[in-house]
Write a protein that binds this ligand. Structure first.
Ligand code: ADP
Length: 504
């Protein structure tokens, strides 16, 4: 099969959060199984070009009509982790992709409507003839409409929402810029927003006009059909019924691998070498990474667990609990290491204040940056990892943490519920468990889970070690999720074949 993914991120060259990891991991696993994969991405000024091989211009002038005017584009081609990627460089006077960021610009709607139009035209002009065009998040939602208006023969559209909070609300006239009629789509029950009726909602368009819609975990797929989690899309998600499903994300076990990770100061794994070997327990080398992280962050070297958190600092992620956790962890005898960044100025300021408050603390480190390499070190050095989200479509950090031998403490919601099995409350034997969960979004509920985890770490080291090995050997790879996606793609492809037969 020939599959083209279109999205705003691809790790590690253009990554803000989980979206980049998912497009990278799913594409690589699908390609390994022999399918043809191509990706389309804007050519941002902040691309990490050292992560792109054979980066070259492939089409000098590629025209796109936007808002009634024709603009030139340059198309680049490159290879990210073995994947073929096309990059769109727009010669638009607003310099859409030269803003020093991926998202968060005043004109994001314009930037990504333009990208959507250009990406769809590119597939047509290069005559790529895909079986499946897989769209990711609101930034590419408009392609589902373009695909209905200007179809590419035999191409089916799959849309994945990685987070229903971000829907792409815009002024209704804005879709006219990509040649679509406002009067046709800005209609109740169609793309008119159900919460803000003066707005047009791009994600609604993708839900209505794609051939299939997925989200990133089975539990979240159920949650978003309720008014509490659906962010105004719950009724529509119920209406589209059978064409909507949840498929759990995975993580790329080549990229996230403590035995080979290029960012670590020592490598380790869950395997034990023959007793004659010098380093009999290769898991013990995790201790070297812990030591180097403490050194780097100037943390005290006493016998304490490191509790890590790596996250976008936005309300979804449970920032109140994260703030509370700093002192709680220290009180319970741990060290707290936070790596986060916030697109929200008030939250950013609050965390900078906390950073100043704990600047010389021997057991607290707060880094307010986006730093891939430090993230790998924290996953590896920490003993526990907190994910206290209010809601969580899937969450990748709890799976990465497990693979690095750091035990998750998570709130029981969305994908966290689908991936973490509580040591005490699940009723399962220890070898079928992998972490600690709490239900209520309160400091007390969080503290109770943290206390249980620290209790095991301190008082039952053998049990803890078993738990760490369970986590490291748990299969959160892309193997199973990819099989589900391929089944879905094949079903869609055969629908097309069936329709064709009937037509003949
Ligand atoms: P989301 O996509 O909602 O941000 P996920 O858990 O799905 O959350 O994915 C987060 C990804 O982004 C993980 O790979 C995590 O390591 C990474 N990440 C988040 N914040 C940072 C940061 N400040 N520095 C480096 N990596 C980060």
């Amino acid at each position: 099969m020939h599959i083209i993914h279109i999205g705003a991120e691809v790790a590690p060259a253009a990554k803000v959060g989980g979206l980049g990891d998912v497009i990278y991991g799913l594409s690589r696993e699908t390609q390994k199984l022999g399918h043809q994969i191509e990706l389309i991405l804007p050519k941002y000024d902040i691309l990490l070009t050292e992560e792109i091989k054979d980066f070259e211009c492939t089409l000098k002038t590629f025209p796109v009509v936007y808002d009634g005017k024709e603009y030139k584009n340059t198309i680049w081609k490159g290879n990210i982790g073995g994947l073929k990627v096309y990059f769109i460089d727009a010669h638009h006077p607003d310099h859409f992709y030269s803003k020093g960021c991926i998202y968060g610009c005043r004109n994001d709607i314009d930037r990504f409507l333009y990208f959507s139009k250009a990406a769809w035209e590119l597939i047509r002009v290069l005559d790529l003839s895909p079986d499946i065009v897989h769209l990711h998040d609101w930034q590419t939602a408009a392609i589902a409409l373009l695909a209905k208006e200007k179809p590419i023969p035999n191409a089916k559209i799959v849309f994945t929402s990685h987070n229903m909070e971000y829907q792409g609300r815009c002024a209704p006239h804005e879709i006219e810029r990509i040649g679509l009629k406002k009067s046709k789509y800005y209609v109740p029950g169609n793309m008119q927003d159900s919460v803000y009726p003066e707005a047009l909602n791009l994600m609604r368009g993708a839900l209505l006009y794609s051939d299939h819609v997925t989200t990133v975990s089975p539990t979240y797929a159920e949650e978003v059909k309720t008014s509490r989690f659906g962010m105004g899309l719950d009724s529509l998600l119920k209406e589209i019924g059978g064409k909507f499903q949840g498929i759990l994300n995975g993580i790329d076990f080549d990229y996230w691998n403590p035995e080979t990770d290029r960012h670590l100061t020592a490598h380790y794994g869950p395997r034990e070498l023959p007793k004659t070997g010098k380093n009999h327990h290769i898991l013990d080398r995790k201790g070297y990474v812990k030591k180097s992280l403490r050194n780097r962050l100037q943390l005290d070297e006493s016998h304490r667990p490191i509790v890590g958190s790596i996250t976008r600092l936005v309300p979804q992620k449970g920032v109140e609990i994260i703030k509370h956790a700093i002192e709680s962890v220290v009180k319970m005898g741990g060290q707290f290491v936070l790596l986060g960044s916030s697109p929200i100025p008030a939250l950013d300021e609050e965390f900078h204040q906390l950073k100043r408050k704990f600047a010389d603390h021997p057991h607290v480190s707060i880094t307010l940056l986006h730093q891939e390499e430090l993230a790998h070190m924290i996953f590896a050095a920490s003993d526990m990892f907190i994910v206290p989200s209010n809601f969580e479509p899937c969450g990748l950090t709890q799976m990465i943490a497990l693979h690095y031998g750091s035990i998750p403490i998570v709130r029981c919601t969305g994908g966290l519920k689908d991936t973490i099995v509580d040591v005490d409350t699940s009723g399962k034997p220890l070898e079928q468990t992998n972490g600690f969960t709490f239900k209520e979004q309160t400091p007390q509920a969080f503290d109770a889970a943290l206390k249980r985890a620290i209790g095991y770490w301190r008082d039952q080291p053998d049990t803890w070690r078993k738990l760490v090995i369970n986590g490291m050997t748990w299969d959160f790879s892309w193997k199973n999720p990819t099989k589900e996606y391929i089944r879905l793609y094949e079903n869609l492809k055969s629908q097309k074949a069936r329709t064709k037969k009937v037509a003949v």
